[in-house]
Structures are given as structure tokens and as C-alpha cells.
Write a protein that binds this ligand. Structure first.
Ligand code: HEC
Length: 136
């Protein structure tokens, strides 16, 4: 009897440590992350406007060496500026996006989960992020 309790406790603890509800499907880059980057980030983080020395148009570019260090540390959202900047208070000069309304909390959590799962960012067309066209 006691051992069941121990196993249950261990399972609960490991689920909590991941902060991911059991059964949550993995984050889909194309459906869930790309629209955030395309709609709110790439306008300032592209090959021409390389603000913060950061280009978010592809995996390869996003992982390029920067003097301020990497922005994505796969499996470690708490060390990933790409996630942390979304959680900073709006007054902070590093809070992102630098202009406009904040990213909704559920999308911030999706970003966190995506990095925790290993920041799977496909190559090629699926992984290529073009700025979303602004509505006229
Ligand atoms: C209006 C322009 C603009 C937009 C939109 C924008 N950024 Fe930035 N971003 C900047 C500037 C400017 C910096 C450099 C800030 C600094 O280092 O003080 C920066 C820096 C960063 C950094 C690097 C921080 C560091 O410590 O080196 C990250 C990560 C980042 N942005 C992520 C994002 C994400 C994610 C989005 C979309 C949700 C976004 N940005 C949208 C202008 C923008």
C-alpha cells in the first residue's frame, strides 16, 4: 500500500517539475510559434533590421552567435531570452515586443513549453519566418 503512495507522489512531482499537464500535445512550431514570430517579432528582427543583433527568420539565423549570448537554450526556458523578454514588466527596456500590445499569456506559456520541449524549429519552408503583412 505504502509503495503505491510513493509511486504516485513521485509521478506527481515529476509532472509538476515539467509544468506541463500530462497529455498536452507537443507544441507545433508552424501552427503555434511561427505566427507569433511572424506577427510580432520579425518586423524588427530580420536580416535588414537586425535589432538586438537578432534575426528570427530561421532556426539557423536565430541560433547564430551574438555578443549578448544565445536567445534560445533548448529545454531551458528560464535561460532563454526569447521567452524571458515576453515575461518582463512592460517598463523594462528589454520587454518584447518593443512596441504595441503584449503577447497574450497563453501564447507566452506556449513559447515556454516549446523551449522546454527542445525548441524544435524545422529547416526549410516550414521554418522560414516572413513578416506578416500589415493590414492596410
Ligand atoms: C519594434 C521593434 C521590436 C519588436 C517588434 C521586437 N523587438 Fe526584440 N528587440 C528590439 C530591440 C531594439 C532590441 C535590443 C534591446 C536591447 O538590447 O536593449 C531587441 C532585443 C531582443 C532580444 C535580445 C535581448 C538580449 O538580452 O539580448 C530578444 C530575445 C528579443 N528582442 C525578442 C523579441 C521577440 C520574441 C519579439 C516578438 C514577440 C520581439 N523581440 C519584437 C526591438 C524589437
Amino acid at each position: 500500500m505504502k509503495s503505491y503512495l510513493l509511486i504516485t507522489t513521485a509521478l506527481l512531482a515529476s509532472a509538476a517539475s515539467h509544468l506541463i499537464a500530462a497529455g498536452d500535445p507537443p507544441v507545433d512550431f508552424v501552427k503555434q510559434i511561427k505566427p507569433i514570430l511572424a506577427g510580432r517579432c520579425v518586423e524588427c528582427h530580420n536580416s535588414e533590421t537586425l535589432l538586438g543583433e537578432l534575426n528570427l527568420q530561421s532556426r539557423e539565423l536565430a541560433f547564430r552567435k551574438r555578443s549578448a549570448g544565445p536567445v534560445i537554450v533548448p529545454k531551458e526556458p528560464e535561460k532563454s531570452m526569447l521567452y524571458l523578454v515576453l515575461t518582463l514588466p512592460p517598463k523594462d527596456k528589454k520587454a518584447m515586443p518593443a512596441t504595441g500590445h503584449r503577447i497574450p499569456k497563453d501564447e507566452v506559456n506556449t513559447m515556454r513549453q516549446w523551449i522546454a520541449e527542445g525548441a524544435n524549429w524545422p529547416d526549410g519552408k516550414d521554418g522560414a519566418v516572413a513578416a506578416a503583412r500589415k493590414k492596410p
